[in-house]
Design a protein around this ligand. Structure first.
Ligand code: SF4
Ligand code: SF4
Length: 545
C-alpha cells in the first residue's frame, strides 16, 4: 500500500456533488447552430481552413494547429459553414474570438475515420496524429496532449498519474465518466504509458467517489496499474499537490511535476485519447456538469460548439432567481458574460448562480494579520504579504515572494475573515507583471535594433576609409616601381639630341673666300646669332627631356 505524503494547507468546502452525480451522463441533442472557437487550448489559435458557404462533415478539420503549442479543431457535426467570424466565447476577459459557425444539416455524416495503429507506428508519428485530432487536457487546463506526451530527451518520466480526484465542489463530470467508461479510460492510460515510456501508472481518486473507485478498480484488475484512494481535501487534484501526495516529491518553485519525473493526465483526457486512437474520433465532444440553481442538475455529453443556453435548458428552464453562470468550480472558475457562449474543450462544469447558493460577499474589511490564509495555502506562501504587495503595486516584492508559485486555488480567500478577494489581487499583480515584461521586451528589442543601426553606419564608414587608403597606397607603390620602357624612351631622345649637336658642329660655311670683309663680318654675326639661338633651343629641349 502506497504511503501518502500530505501537502500543507488545503480546505474542505461543502462538496455539492450529490446534486449532479446521481444521474447518468445524458446525451445533449444536436443543436441547429454550433459555434466552434479556434482557440480552445493553451497556445496559438488554430488557423481556419474553411470558408463561409463550404459544406463540412462531422469530424472534418476546420482549424489547423499552428506551431508547437497548438492543436487542431474539427467540425462537431455535418452541415454548412455560415461564417468564420468573432463570436462571444467563454473567457474571463469577455472578449469575442474567432469562431467557425456551422449550421447543422441533421445528418451527422462523418468524415472517414482512421484509427491509429500506435504499436506499429513511430511514437512521434502517433503524437502528431493526436495533435491533428485536437487532443487537449480536459481537466480545465487544456494543455495540448501531444506536447505533454513529448517530454524533453533528458527528462525521463517514470511515473504516469491518472487524475480522477476532481476536488472542486459541484463538479462531477470525471466521477460519472469513471463510473460509466472506466475500461476506455484505463485503455487510454495504457496508450499514454506506451508513448511516454513510463514505468508506473497510478490512478488517483478522492475517497468521496466510491462508485468511481469500484469501477476503476475493476478496470485495472488485469493491469499493473496502482489505484490510490486519496483523502478528500481541496486542492488535492492540482498537479503539484497530487505529485507530492502520491510520491513525496516536491515540485521546485517555478517548476512542473515533470521536473520530478511525474506526468499527470485527467481521466477525461485518457478517455478522449482512447477514442482518438482506437476509433479515429477527433475531440468534438465532452462531458459537462450542469448544476447549481437548475431544476435537474446532470452531466451531459455535449458537442463542442453547443450554445450554453441550449445546454442549460436540458436541466429544465433556469430558475427565476438565477443571477448568472460560473464556468468551472466556485473556487477556481469565472463568471460567464453571456449564455450565447459555446461549450468548449475546457468546459468541465457550468454552475447557475443565485444569491441563495452564492450569497454576494460582504464588503471587504482591512486585513487583521490573522494568518489564516497562510495556514491553508498549499504552496506555503504568505498570502497576506502578497496581498499587501499587490495592493501597493509593489510587484517586484510580490515576485520576490514567489507570486508565480500561487496556483490561484482560492483557499486563502475562502478562509479570510475580512472577505478580501485575495485571488483577484494576485491575478491583477500577475497580469501587470506580464504586461510590463512584454513592454520591457519590446523596448529592449527597439534599443537593440537602434544600436545595431548605429554600429552598421560606423562600420560602413570605416570600410570606405580603409578602401580609399588602400587605393592611394597602391598608386604610390606603382609610381615607385622601375619602368624600363620610360627609361629607354628617355635615352633614345638624349641620343637624338647628341647626334644633332654633333652634326651642327661639323657644318662649315662654304664659298666665303671671295666675300668682302663687310660681308664676312655680317655672316659671322648671323652665325653667332644662330649659334646663340641653337644654344637656347637645345637648352629648352634638354629641359623638356
Ligand atoms: S486571512 Fe485575511 S485577514 Fe487574515 S491575514 Fe490573511 S488576508 Fe489578512
Ligand atoms: S490562491 Fe495562491 S496564495 Fe492563496 S492559498 Fe492558493 S496558492 Fe496560496
Amino acid at each position: 500500500m502506497r504511503t501518502l505524503h500530505p501537502f500543507p494547507g488545503g480546505v474542505h468546502p461543502p462538496e455539492h456533488k450529490l446534486e449532479s452525480n446521481s444521474r447518468p451522463i445524458g446525451s445533449a441533442p444536436l443543436p441547429s447552430l454550433l459555434v466552434v472557437p479556434l482557440l480552445q487550448h493553451i497556445g496559438n489559435p488554430a488557423k481556419p481552413v474553411v470558408e463561409a458557404g463550404e459544406k463540412v462533415l462531422k469530424g472534418q478539420l476546420i482549424g489547423k494547429a499552428d506551431g508547437y503549442i497548438s492543436v487542431s479543431v474539427h467540425a462537431p457535426t455535418s452541415g454548412k459553414v455560415l461564417a468564420v467570424e468573432p463570436r462571444p466565447v467563454p473567457h474571463p476577459s469577455g472578449l469575442p474570438a474567432l469562431c467557425v459557425v456551422i449550421e447543422a444539416d441533421g445528418e451527422e455524416r462523418w468524415v472517414e475515420r482512421s484509427p491509429i495503429d500506435y504499436l506499429n507506428l513511430d511514437v512521434s508519428e502517433v503524437r502528431n496524429r493526436l495533435r491533428d485530432m485536437g487532443l487537449a487536457g480536459l481537466g480545465g487546463a487544456v494543455f495540448p496532449t501531444y506536447v505533454k506526451l513529448n517530454p524533453a530527451p533528458d527528462a525521463a518520466i517514470p511515473i504516469l498519474v491518472l487524475n480522477g480526484c476532481e476536488c472542486e465542489p459541484w463538479i462531477t463530470c470525471d466521477d460519472r465518466l469513471m463510473r460509466e467508461r472506466a475500461p476506455s479510460i484505463i485503455e487510454g492510460a495504457r496508450i499514454m504509458r506506451h508513448l511516454l515510456g513510463a514505468r508506473e501508472v497510478i490512478v488517483a481518486i478522492e475517497d468521496n467517489k466510491p462508485e468511481a473507485i469500484a469501477a476503476m478498480g475493476e478496470a485495472c484488475r488485469d493491469t499493473d496499474f496502482e489505484l490510490v484512494v486519496v483523502p478528500t481535501l481541496y486542492p488535492s487534484g492540482s498537479g503539484k499537490q497530487l505529485t507530492q501526495l502520491l510520491t513525496g516529491r516536491e515540485v521546485p518553485s517555478g517548476g512542473r511535476s515533470t521536473d520530478v519525473g511525474v506526468q499527470i493526465f485527467n481521466v477525461g483526457t485518457a478517455h478522449a485519447l482512447e477514442r482518438a486512437v482506437h476509433h479515429g474520433e477527433p475531440l468534438i465532444s465532452r462531458v459537462v456538469t450542469v448544476t447549481g440553481n437548475v431544476r435537474r442538475p446532470q452531466n451531459f455529453e455535449a458537442l463542442i460548439g453547443t450554445p450554453l443556453a441550449e445546454l442549460v435548458k436540458l436541466t429544465g428552464e433556469p430558475r427565476e432567481d438565477t443571477t448568472g453562470y460560473i464556468m468551472g468550480g466556485p473556487m477556481m472558475g469565472f463568471d460567464l458574460h453571456s449564455t450565447a457562449v459555446p461549450v468548449v474543450k475546457a468546459m468541465n462544469c457550468v454552475i447557475a448562480r443565485s444569491d441563495r447558493l452564492f450569497p454576494p460577499p460582504p464588503p471587504p474589511l482591512p486585513c487583521i494579520r490573522c494568518t489564516r490564509c497562510a495556514q491553508v495555502c498549499p504552496v506555503r506562501l504568505q498570502p497576506q504579504d502578497l496581498y499587501w504587495f499587490a495592493h501597493a503595486r509593489d510587484f517586484g516584492k510580490a515576485q520576490e515572494h514567489n507570486l508565480f508559485d500561487c496556483i490561484e486555488c482560492g483557499c486563502c480567500a475562502y478562509v479570510c475573515p475580512s472577505h478580501i478577494p485575495l485571488v483577484d489581487y494576485y491575478r491583477f499583480a500577475k497580469s501587470e507583471i506580464w504586461a510590463r515584461e512584454r513592454e520591457k521586451k519590446a523596448a529592449d528589442r527597439a534599443r537593440e535594433r537602434h544600436q545595431f543601426h548605429l554600429f552598421r553606419l560606423e562600420r560602413e564608414k570605416k570600410e570606405r576609409a580603409e578602401k580609399l587608403a588602400q587605393k592611394a597606397a597602391a598608386a604610390k607603390a606603382t609610381a615607385a616601381m622601375p619602368n624600363p620602357d620610360a627609361d629607354a624612351k628617355r635615352a633614345a631622345i638624349q641620343a637624338a639630341i647628341e647626334r644633332a649637336k654633333a652634326k651642327r658642329a661639323g657644318v662649315v660655311p662654304r664659298n666665303v673666300e671671295a666675300l668682302s670683309p663687310d660681308k664676312l663680318q655680317e655672316i659671322q654675326e648671323i652665325e653667332a646669332r644662330r649659334a646663340k639661338l641653337r644654344e637656347v633651343m637645345e637648352k629648352s629641349g634638354e629641359d623638356q627631356a
